[in-house]
Each structure stands twice: as structure tokens, then as C-alpha cells.
Design a protein around this ligand. Structure first.
Ligand code: ACO
Length: 380
């Protein structure tokens, strides 16, 4: 076969590149399993800390294992001085994803086991990153609002403390729970673009933090994690009017979507490379969004949500992905729109690092081929 006749799998669509025991995505049944457990059951019953341990070790922790990790996580939350200094050097105009990428790089340089690829060192680095990252995000959110840094509190769990460090006040239980659900749902999703990036970097025998930095770069794009931010821009473009009825908001949203589709726009928060009949995580995240809408009394947000979804279904039969309900949920919780994709990082650190450990345990350099379609060999 000549190079030009090669069967190119553009975007690696449909290509199976390796085994994984971390999660199973089944588009036929719209289901997602983390280490065999349905994600909606984990979101209903388990803390994010338990889910992270499940992803890393393959099993849910015993009470003693969980207690040990919870103590570790609470003891390792503080923002390190040189991470804070590095963040302070970055302009306020830069995207918070750039801050996150830089901070993880510094955290890697700080870690004494950075270059140790043993399974014990890798697990320690995964735990360390998960514990330290929320302070980076909270610090960046607050510096953009010209607010003082809020120290972590070791009497609060991961989700409570995250919201505490960001807002400087304790969040209501309903808000904490919706946040926890989002962390569980964003944690892992097989060989998505950022996870695959992390595995490619790991496959060269590079270190864990480098792989996570690369994954953050991949996640930033609006075809991937950046979509939760882009969803909010859509809502903002349509216009969020706090005193509007749900019905009136839905009518405006439908009109916006019809015009966008007529102009052949890609609307962020809809569609998925793997799920063609709906994203398995959306019903659980939508329940969390509904709880936030009820808690904050913001029915007009539901109107915008329903209007866009209905118009997309009618015109193109394309369903929402996880980023669609996650965007307005984070908005209602009070996060700035640019912070939404960094929140995705906070959760996905668990899945990325689980994949990095899996890749390292059974490694082969990932190096595909290309078909050349440039000019034939010519004289210089
Ligand atoms: N808006 C409008 N049309 C869409 C959308 C959308 N969001 N998604 C797919 N389509 C259309 C395409 O235009 C295309 O139509 P055509 O055949 O008439 O040209 C058809 O559906 C197939 O779309 P592809 O982009 O080829 O499908 P692919 O599997 O490559 O894309 C992707 C999946 C990238 C997620 C796409 O649906 C998209 O761009 N969505 C918006 C971005 C987004 O929300 N990303 C988040 C992903 S989930 C996550 O990261 C948690």
C-alpha cells in the first residue's frame, strides 16, 4: 500500500491503543464505570477522597486507609511560598489555566521524589498534587478579585475546604454536595485527549508532574475541558436576566440556538466523541445543577438550559455533555467563569495520575506513524 492509500484514522477516532483497568466507557448503554463501579453510584454515596483512592489503587479504601489519606490530604493543603511567588509573577490578564500549568510545574520542581518512578513514589506524588492544587486555584481566584489569601482549614473535608479557601466563608451543605458530585464526575474518563497526552508523556519515561502539565495544556482547549467555560459564555451572550421567568428565558435561548446552528456554529457543551446518545454523567450533574437552581432561586438559568437543549435536540439530535450542566453549576456557586476548567483539573488530577501509574507499570513508547503528503523528493 502506498503512503497516500494508507487508512488514516483522523483524530485517532475508533482506534484502540491499549488496555486500561481504570475506567470503562460504554456508549451503547450510556454507562461509565470507575474500576467497575457505576459513576452515578459513586457520586451518590462516596466522597471525592474515596473515589481518588479507588482510581489509584483499584479498590475502595478500608476505613483505616481512608482515614490515613484524609489526614495526609488535610496536612498537605498549604500553598508553598515559591508556588505563590511564581503565581504572583504572572499577569492578572493571563488565563487561570496558564497559572495552573505553571503552578504544577513548580510543584514538580519542589517534590523530593519528582524523578523517582517507583510505584510508591508515584502514589505519593499523586496524593501530594491532589492535596496541594486547590490552594493554587483558590489563591488565583482571590488575587483576581483583589482579596486576601484564605488559609486552609483542617477541620473541613476536601470539598468544604476548597469552597472555604475560595470564598472565605463556609458553603451551605447543598453547595458542598453539588461541588463534591462535580469532582467525582470529572475525575476520570478513559483515553480522552488530556489523559492520552499524559500517557504519551509518561511513555517517554518522563516524570509525573511533566505528564500532568501536558495534560493541563490539552484540557485547556474548548473541544475538551475548556467547554465548561465556553458554555457559560453562551449563557452570558444570550444574557442572564435574574428577574426573568423560566419560560421567557427558554424562548430567548431557543432563538439563539436556532441562529447559531443556522450560522453553522459549533455550540460548546454539546456532542461527544464517544457518546452519541447522551453522556452518562449528565443526569447526575443535572441533578446537582437543579439543586443549585433551587438553592439560589435562579429559575431563569434553568430556562436558558432547557431552551438550548431543546433547540439542539430538535435541529441536530445532539445531546449535552458533562460540561453543559457543570458550567452553570459552578457559576451559581460563585466561581468566575475562567475558573471552571481549572476546577476540572482539580478533579481530573486523580484520573490522570491513575493513568500515569498504569502506563508506567506496563510501558511502551507511544509513537504513531504519519503518511507523508508533501512534495516528492527534489533537487536542492
Ligand atoms: N454543535 C454543533 N454541531 C455539532 C456539535 C456541536 N457541539 N458537535 C457535533 N456537531 C456536529 C458536527 O458539526 C458534525 O456535523 P456534520 O456531520 O454535519 O459536519 C457532526 O455533529 C459530528 O461532529 P464531529 O465534530 O465530527 O464529532 P466528533 O466526534 O469529532 O466531536 C466533539 C466531538 C469535539 C466533542 C464535538 O461534539 C464538539 O466540538 N463539541 C463541542 C465541544 C465540547 O462541548 N467539548 C466537551 C467534550 S466533553 C468533555 O470534555 C467533558
Amino acid at each position: 500500500m502506498s503512503e497516500t492509500e494508507t487508512d488514516i484514522k483522523k483524530g485517532l477516532a475508533g482506534v484502540v491503543v491499549d488496555y486500561t483497568a481504570v475506567s470503562k466507557v460504554n456508549p451503547d448503554t450510556n454507562s461509565l464505570l470507575y474500576r467497575g463501579y457505576p459513576v452515578q453510584d459513586l457520586a451518590a454515596q462516596k466522597s471525592f477522597e474515596e473515589v481518588a483512592l479507588l482510581l489509584w489503587t483499584g479498590e475502595l479504601p478500608s476505613a483505616a486507609e481512608l482515614e490515613e489519606f484524609v489526614s495526609y490530604e488535610r496536612a498537605n493543603r498549604a500553598l508553598e511560598d515559591n508556588v505563590k511567588a511564581a503565581v504572583d509573577l504572572l499577569p492578572l490578564e493571563c488565563h487561570p489555566m496558564d497559572v495552573a500549568r505553571t503552578a504544577v510545574s513548580v510543584l514538580g520542581a519542589n517534590h523530593p521524589l519528582a524523578e523517582d518512578p517507583s510505584p510508591e513514589a508515584e502514589l505519593e506524588k499523586a496524593k501530594s498534587l491532589l492535596a496541594r492544587f486547590p490552594a493554587v486555584l483558590a489563591y488565583d481566584q482571590r488575587r483576581r478579585r483583589n482579596q486576601d489569601v484564605v488559609a486552609p482549614r483542617d477541620d473541613l473535608d476536601y470539598s468544604q475546604n476548597f469552597l472555604w479557601m475560595t470564598n472565605g466563608e463556609e458553603a451551605a451543605p447543598e453547595v458542598v454536595d453539588a461541588f463534591r458530585v462535580s469532582m467525582v464526575l470529572y475525575a476520570e474518563h478513559s483515553f480522552n485527549a488530556s489523559t492520552f497526552t499524559a500517557r504519551v508523556i509518561t511513555s517517554t519515561l518522563s516524570d509525573m508532574h511533566s505528564a500532568v502539565v501536558g495534560a493541563i495544556g490539552a484540557l485547556k482547549g474548548s473541544l475538551h475541558g475548556g467547554a465548561n467555560e465556553a458554555v457559560m459564555h453562551t449563557f452570558e451572550e444570550i444574557g442572564i436576566r435574574k428577574d426573568e421567568t423560566r419560560e421567557a428565558a427558554a424562548i430567548r435561548a431557543k432563538k439563539w440556538m436556532e441562529e447559531a446552528l443556522a450560522a453553522k456554529k459549533k455550540v460548546m457543551g454539546f456532542g461527544h466523541r464517544v457518546y452519541k446518545n447522551g453522556d452518562s454523567r449528565v443526569p447526575t450533574m443535572k441533578k446537582a445543577l437543579d439543586a443549585m437552581i433551587a438553592h439560589f432561586g435562579r429559575d431563569e438559568i434553568l430556562g436558558l438550559y432547557d431552551g438550548l437543549e431543546a433547540a439542539m435536540a430538535e435541529a441536530k439530535h445532539i445531546k449535552p455533555n458533562l460540561d453543559y450542566p457543570a458550567g452553570p453549576t459552578y457559576h451559581l456557586m460563585g466561581f468566575d467563569t475562567q475558573m471552571f476548567t481549572p476546577l476540572f483539573i482539580a478533579s481530573r488530577i486523580s484520573g490522570w495520575t491513575a493513568h500515569i501509574m498504569e502506563q508506567r507499570a506496563n510501558n511502551a513508547l507511544i509513537r504513531p506513524l504519519s503518511a507523508y503528503n508533501g512534495p516528492d523528493q527534489r533537487e536542492l
